[in-house]
Write a protein that binds this ligand. Structure first.
Ligand SMILES: Nc1ncnc2c1ncn2[C@@H]1O[C@H](COP(=O)(O)OP(=O)(O)OP(=O)(O)O)[C@@H](O)[C@H]1O
Ligand SMILES: [Mg+2]
Length: 567
């Protein structure tokens, strides 16, 4: 692509449009002087104190190139003066580089249609214009699909930025951007619109900063360490082990013992329940402990099922192993495990695991509390992770993601559930050796198969580079907000099929609350600005409760105790 180097030749070309350029009302910009398959260069003349001062031509804007009954739409990605001097009185020859995105084709009766891709390329000399508002609206129109406005186009505030909420949810979405650009606020806006548009939608927000309850005061329930009931028996083996061993993998013996005693406790619970029912028959044999062979058989499967058991049976089963004549495990390991369990059981911070666990016979109360069945006008659950002991966060996130999937699947599509993960790079990190494998699996399962059953994923992160790219690539709509880091921009480029190099280049410079929206829920890649939200609808970190503790200056004892908890 060669630009005319002869300034005079260049100027003569654009002379006919000079009058228009001087008048803000005129839409003409200049003429095409070169065109390749994907790009065109427009030669124009600019007057005035600054390049691009006249409305309608600036980086990131769409322009149109007239071809009679159709108009090719281009995105301006570069502008420069052809001489390294600027004459304020003008004229100044400038070159505008545009990436060609598609074309608006006029139909009959004043109708028009936008097609991605181009059939007729602009010839050299074709006239480029500032785009009409009508064309801009047409380009971003979702047609038959139901659109919900999340804001306006950056280029023209008269045109609303609509997304197809159905697609947005069912094909998963991601909101990426550096810290403070407005990700959480954008998510609050989207969820507000989503639950309004879809009455049977539930949303579960994993909220690491306890900030979302503020945004959904009337439509959410807040679950925190004091209101949570997540019985210990509901966890899968790996999750429970992660809690007990505080994030380190259990040694072979420890894992084996734990599996075995859980299986024994489960089978005893079932036996005792059966016994309760058969009490009249006076069947005392049912209380007999399982023989070792039966224990081993049970150990294979029973530890994995979310069937209840009693913590006391766990202690008894360990004691029985300690008391065996022929020891199968080292006594010290058995004793250490018992102490670990006792400590956990006696620690009030873990009350949510044990307090009501044995008054629950099934997972029904958990499902009803966390997944809002029925939702009673509050379809959003804000799960506040900030007050939970840090060593249970992984297991809790894993079990919730797993339950969300299982519930959606069991409901056969009648309950749709969105799992919204803030700081998603923590749960599904790019580095496979980091993170907690069961959480990764549970989230990956929603990402890969969730849409079939109505389990959807929303991902928010400031560090797309640290996020598992396979999860990101399952997010069919991406709101890319400001991302300064070159590597993060590359990640987006790789993950999004229709992300052109020039669009991505803007990501380092777009404003707060602005996003470039790509993917299935939008008609065309769209540079937009999220609506202004009133303060009561914005996420805000809680000061009054929970985190309030962190606001006042703690005493030495409190500090030391917090530090030991963190370690
Ligand atoms: N749509 C909006 N309407 C009104 N104010 C907004 C909007 N978006 C962002 N803000 C303002 O910007 C601030 C930061 O936004 P927000 O907390 O959403 O950013 P973030 O990207 O989630 O930040 P972090 O990376 O720290 O989580 C908000 O507290 C709010 O004051
Ligand atoms: Mg945030």
């Amino acid at each position: 692509m060669q630009l005319p180097t002869d300034h005079r030749q260049f100027e003569t070309k654009v002379t006919p449009d000079r009058r228009d350029l001087n008048q803000p009302a005129g839409r003409a910009l200049g003429r095409v002087v070169s065109c390749s398959g994907a790009r065109a260069t427009i030669a124009a003349t600019a007057f005035g104190p600054a390049l691009g001062a006249h409305d309608g031509c600036a980086i990131g804007r769409l322009i149109s190139i007239s071809l009679g009954t159709s108009r090719v739409v281009g995105l301006v990605y570069e502008m420069r003066a052809l001489q390294p001097v600027w004459d304020e009185a003008g004229p100044n020859a400038i070159a505008i580089e545009a990436e060609l995105l598609g074309e608006v084709v006029d139909g009959e009766n004043g109708t028009a249609r936008f097609n991605n891709g181009i059939v007729t390329y602009p010839p050299i000399g074709a006239l480029a214009h500032r785009i009409r508002s009508r064309d801009l609206a047409l380009i971003h129109d979702l047609g038959e699909r139901r659109g919900v406005a999340l804001g306006v186009l950056t280029q023209d505030a008269a045109v609303s930025a609509s997304v197809d909420i159905e697609r947005l949810l069912s094909r998963h979405f991601a909101v990426l951007g550096t810290t403070g650009v407005g990700k959480s606020s954008a998510v609050a806006l989207m969820l507000r619109k989503a639950v309004a548009a879809k009455p049977n939608l539930r949303a579960l927000i994993l909220d690491p900063h306890n900030e979302y309850a503020h945004a959904f005061q009337d439509t959410s329930v807040r679950i925190d360490a004091s209101t949570l009931d997540l019985p210990f028996w509901l966890f899968r083996f790996e999750e429970f082990a992660d809690i007990i061993f505080r994030g380190r993998s259990p040694l072979e013996d420890e894992a084996e013992i734990l599996r075995e005693v859980i299986a024994v406790a489960r089978s005893r619970y079932r036996v005792v329940s059966a016994h309760d029912m058969a009490r009249d028959l006076g069947s005392s044999v049912l209380k007999r402990p399982l023989d070792p062979a039966a224990r081993r058989a049970e150990a294979g499967g029973a530890a994995e099922q979310a069937a209840p058991y009693r913590i006391t049976d766990l202690f008894t089963a360990i004691d029985e192993l300690i008391g065996l004549h022929e020891l199968r495990y080292p006594r010290t390991t058995l004793r250490a495990l018992r102490v670990r369990l006792e400590t956990l059981y006696g620690d009030p911070r873990y009350g949510f695991l044990f307090a009501h666990a044995n008054s629950m016979e099934t997972i029904a109360p958990v499902i009803s509390q966390i997944f809002r069945v029925p939702h009673r006008g509050r379809p959003i659950t804000v799960f506040q992770l900030a007050g939970l002991p840090s060593e249970v966060v992984n297991a809790v996130a894993s079990s919730l993601a797993r339950l969300a999937f299982d519930l959606a699947m069991a409901s056969r599509g009648s309950y749709e559930i969105l799992l919204l993960c803030e700081e998603a790079h923590r749960y599904v990190p790019q580095d496979q050796s980091l993170g907690f494998a069961p959480t990764r699996q549970a989230i990956a399962r929603i990402a890969k198969e969730g849409r079939k059953y109505g389990a959807y994923l929303g991902i928010v992160t400031q560090r797309p580079g640290e996020l598992d790219p396979t999860i990101l690539s399952q997010c069919s709509t991406v709101f890319a907000m400001r991302l300064g880091n070159e590597r993060d921009q590359q990640i987006i480029r790789a993950a999004i099929a229709d992300a052109s190099a020039s669009t991505i280049a803007f990501l380092s410079s777009i404003g707060n609350r602005e996003a470039i929206a790509f993917g299935e829920a939008v008609a065309t890649t769209m540079r937009m600005r999220f609506s202004d939200m009133p303060p009561q609808e914005l996420p805000e970190m809680e000061r009054a409760q929970g985190l309030g503790d962190y606001q006042r200056e703690p005493g030495l004892d409190e500090l030391v105790s917090r530090m030991s908890r963190q370690g």
